[in-house]
Write a protein that binds this ligand. Structure first.
Ligand code: PPS
Length: 293
């Protein structure tokens, strides 16, 4: 990526804060042609996208660990709206991907290209509690240089709560997709459930896909997608990304992978402020999050 595009301020796409380089590719994303057997993995950033992607590829490859090491996760599961100088755009990559494709997006529900709805594609959404999301995002802002400088954690907390981090309001994102699940083929999962009982969540996914596998396959999926296994797997840990884009010395992509790390970062006052904000913005929804386990 050219020096001038590093740490660039975010632009705005239909009111959603987003990287200017992605916005430049928006016309192609908007017109993206989904295929009926595409499976979309949708998340707000830092909510377990890579984890779910690895699980999905393992399912698609019938638990064959070697096949899942054929390429980096960002090539096995292309990122729909990505467009960064120096690497192929998501749309370009997807054109060359044979069906059935796995597709990653962070788009809020109202910006999803129409074609996914028209083709009635299956979608798996994964949500994570916002306190852990903001901490994970803070470290990611530092290591992934497509982001502007996040400032201090106190500053970044305000950016996040104001809906000014990339992809906008976490509340709007999780709530928007939660409502949409009532009318579309959406399986809505939680990072915290996946931590607590990954076997049960993998079984939910298999049922959603209408796929049966032998018990040994589930076992291999769970082993290969544990935090420890993914952290040391170069095909899953993003260490193959050019350092100009992601600097793992600043913070590894697979950083901690736990529930409740926010407790090591928030002050008492910040936690109280967050709780008040959360209650105001989650009023009237039956969507609930576990902030700790
Ligand atoms: S991105 O950039 O938005 O696609 O990032 P995403 O993959 O959604 O989120 C990264 C966080 O997910 C954690 N992670 C995992 N947790 C538990 N188990 C497994 N297998 C796993 N794989 C990735 C990753 O460590 C990031 O969270 P933090 O809290 O920063 O560690």
């Amino acid at each position: 990526m050219g020096q001038e595009r590093i740490r660039e301020e975010l632009g705005s796409l239909h009111g959603i804060p987003l990287y200017k380089v992605f916005i430049e590719g928006w016309p192609q994303v908007k017109d993206f042609q989904a295929r009926p057997d595409d499976l979309l993995i949708s998340t707000y950033p830092k909510s377990g996208t890579t984890w779910l992607s690895e699980i999905m590829d393992m399912i698609y490859q019938d638990g064959d660990v070697e096949k899942c090491q054929r390429d980096a996760i960002y090539n096995r599961v292309p990122f729909l709206e990505v467009k960064v100088p120096g690497i192929p755009s998501g749309v370009e990559q997807l054109k060359n991907t044979p069906s059935p494709r796995l597709v990653k997006t962070h788009l809020p529900v109202q910006l999803l290209p129409q074609s996914f709805w028209e083709k009635d594609c299956k979608i798996i959404y994964m949500a994570r509690n916002p306190k852990d999301v903001v901490i994970s995002y803070y470290y990611f802002y530092q290591m992934a240089k497509v982001h502007p400088d996040p400032g201090t954690l106190a500053e970044f907390l305000e950016t996040f709560l104001a809906g000014k981090a990339a992809y906008g309001s976490w509340y709007d994102h999780v709530r928007g997709w939660w409502e949409k699940r009532k009318e579309k083929k959406i399986l809505y999962l939680f990072y915290e459930d996946m931590k607590k009982d990954p076997r049960q969540e993998v079984k939910k996914i298999l049922q959603f896909l209408g796929k049966e596998v032998v018990e040994g396959t589930v076992e291999r999926i769970l082993q290969n997608t544990s935090f420890q296994a993914m952290k040391k797997n170069p095909a899953a840990n993003y260490e193959t990304m050019p350092t100009a884009l992601m600097d793992h010395n600043l913070s590894p992509f697979l950083r901690k992978g736990i529930c409740g790390d926010w407790k090591n970062h928030f002050t008492v006052a910040q936690n109280e402020r967050f709780n008040r904000h959360y209650q105001e913005h989650m009023a009237g929804t039956d969507l609930h999050f576990q902030m700790e386990m």
